[in-house]
Design a protein around this ligand. Structure first.
Ligand SMILES: [Zn+2]
Length: 141
């Protein structure tokens, strides 16, 4: 499913199309249907809970893909129908990052602001990452 590298060194060249007011890289995803209610699904996923399938039952988490624009996409498979779905996640907001920074400043291990109680963020280099949603929530102070 990977479209082999189309055109090399010309990412943000001169594209006269104003597609969606957002230049630069876009999420690649997995090319499957997107789940509805992204925020709710994201909260369940980051909380370590079961994510419901549109076909009934629950979804199984197959993996996460780091997108070129700093977001991530999670791939799920329905446990009953084996249909696959993707959940595109947003980049962290200023508010989420501040929440994380406040916890870090207090000497706590910051938790993913998208889950109900965690998971604890992990340090990857100088950044805080959530091991579940793979979103970066700011710099380690
Ligand atoms: Zn998370």
């Amino acid at each position: 499913m990977s479209a082999a590298g189309a055109g090399r060194d010309r990412e943000s060249g001169s594209s006269p199309k104003e597609a969606e007011a957002r230049p630069g890289p876009r999420p690649v995803g997995f090319g499957v249907e997107e789940l509805a209610e992204v925020k709710k699904m994201e909260r369940l996923h980051c909380s370590g809970r079961q994510v419901p399938s549109p076909m009934g039952g629950f979804l199984m988490d197959l993996g996460v893909r780091q997108e070129p624009d700093g977001t991530s996409t999670i791939l799920f498979e329905c446990k009953t129908s084996a249909l696959r779905y993707q959940l595109p996640l947003r980049i962290s907001t200023w508010r989420e990052r501040r929440k994380v920074r406040v916890q870090a400043d207090e000497g706590l291990d910051p938790l993913c602001p998208r889950g109900e109680l965690g998971p604890p963020l992990v340090r990857r280099g100088k950044d805080f990452f959530c091991p579940r949603c793979n979103i970066m929530f700011g710099r380690v102070p």
